[in-house]
Design a protein around this ligand. Structure first.
Ligand SMILES: [Zn+2]
Length: 307
């Protein structure tokens, strides 16, 4: 039997482990909840990796800033974890070959090798979740930057002096174009006297969530569809900037919002093409949703072992 490649995706609430066969197909998967404690996190990763058959190596994808040596500087959803030398700790506890990288960087690796961006040499992945993460392939290589911190697209400032971001800046792209951003646009519409039914259901403006407006838009509510169009415009301006920087052949959108591609993609692509530099005179990048769904992070983590 050939060696299984095992990857673990550390999420805010759960750690997902997968094992891949030689063809890259997922042949086993297991989950454990993510503890908010550094020592317990190391244990949880090893436990879930063993559960899918890890024997001598794992790749791990973690949310947050990860150095090229596998030190997790800070993770937004695992608040007690700071400056954790995750690769060294996992290696010392298991004796395995361990690779650690950012969760969206490894999702980009997976979509490039096996998903929607297979066959392209220049790829940008944008993870639209509660915030926005990213990954990039440049000239056929995963782009990591000088420290390993590249592709933190969510903190690209798109509105100087705009909405405050937990990162300490104002006007970051993820305040406008993530799930949090969608809720912001919906709340602004409610303050403006629109989305009455959603407001009545939620009880207060602050209680309106992105999902509420998504559900209403799926049911055909014209005011909710307007909010989706506003939101799509903010997604598009960031994608235009990324296109000007990277000149990608493919842009892959992943994360929670990719659950409804038919709702979001046409508006995003329409706005993107209207703002694109020299739109009529350049090849348009493929703008598409992720092909590997919720497994992208764990699959990409396993693929780090081929790196
Ligand atoms: Zn920020």
């Amino acid at each position: 039997m050939s060696r299984r490649r095992v990857g673990v995706d550390v999420g805010g609430t759960k750690c997902l482990a997968v094992a891949l066969d030689d063809a890259g197909t997922v042949v086993a998967d297991e989950r454990v909840s993510t503890p908010n404690d550094p020592d317990e996190l190391v244990e949880a990763i090893l436990e879930v990796a063993r559960a899918v058959g890890a024997v001598d190596g794992i790749g791990v994808g973690v949310p947050g800033l990860v150095t090229r040596d596998g030190v997790l500087i800070a993770a937004p959803n695992v608040t007690s974890v700071r400056m954790l030398p995750l690769r060294v700790r996992l290696q010392a506890a298991s004796g395995w070959d361990v690779r650690v990288d950012n969760d969206n960087t490894v999702a980009c690796l997976a979509e490039w090798r096996q998903g929607s961006a297979r066959g392209f040499d220049d790829v940008v992945l944008v993870g639209l979740g509660t915030g926005i993460g990213g990954g990039a392939v440049v000239n056929g290589r995963l782009h990591r930057g000088a420290n390993g911190f590249a592709a933190e697209f969510g903190h690209m400032i798109v509105a100087a002096g705009g909405i405050e971001c937990p990162c300490g800046q104002r006007g970051c792209w993820e305040r406008y174009a993530s799930g949090t951003g969608l809720a912001h646009h919906a709340q602004a519409a409610a303050i403006d006297g629109r989305l009455e039914a959603i407001l009545a259901e939620a009880g207060s403006v602050a209680a309106i969530r992105g999902e509420d407006v998504t559900d209403a838009a799926l049911a055909g509510d014209p005011e909710a569809l307007e909010v989706i169009a506003t939101f799509a415009g903010w997604v598009a301006v960031g994608l235009v900037s990324l296109t000007n920087i990277f000149d990608p052949a493919a842009i892959v959108l992943s994360g929670g919002l990719s659950a409804h591609p038919d709702l979001f993609l046409p508006s995003i692509v329409d706005s993107y093409e209207r703002h694109l530099f020299a739109a009529g005179a350049r090849p348009r990048p493929l703008v598409t949703f992720a092909g590997l769904g919720p497994y992208a992070g764990a699959v990409g983590a396993a693929l780090l072992l081929d790196d």
